[in-house]
Design a protein around this ligand. Structure first.
Ligand SMILES: [Zn+2]
Length: 73
């Protein structure tokens, strides 16, 4: 399961424990401890972007990486 460290409170947790909030342009993922913004998924026309400024690191297993590559195809 992908884990990350919150830039604001330094908590390390699985992203599955974070809280997802839809907004007008996409999704916002917030830390379950401090409510700081971990990442934003932004949709614009036919493209999507990811803002990762709220994470000081993001890690995942090789299996998760392979699965994401398969999903991207
Ligand atoms: Zn936090």
């Amino acid at each position: 399961m992908a884990r990350g460290r919150c830039e604001q409170c330094a908590a390390v947790a699985a992203l599955a424990t974070a809280r997802w909030y839809p907004d007008s342009h996409g999704l916002v993922l917030r830390c379950s401890l401090c409510e700081g913004v971990l990442l934003r998924l932004v949709d614009h026309d036919d493209r999507s972007g990811v803002d990762l400024r709220g994470l000081s690191f993001l890690e995942f297993t090789p299996q998760e990486r392979r699965e994401s590559e398969i999903d991207a195809v």
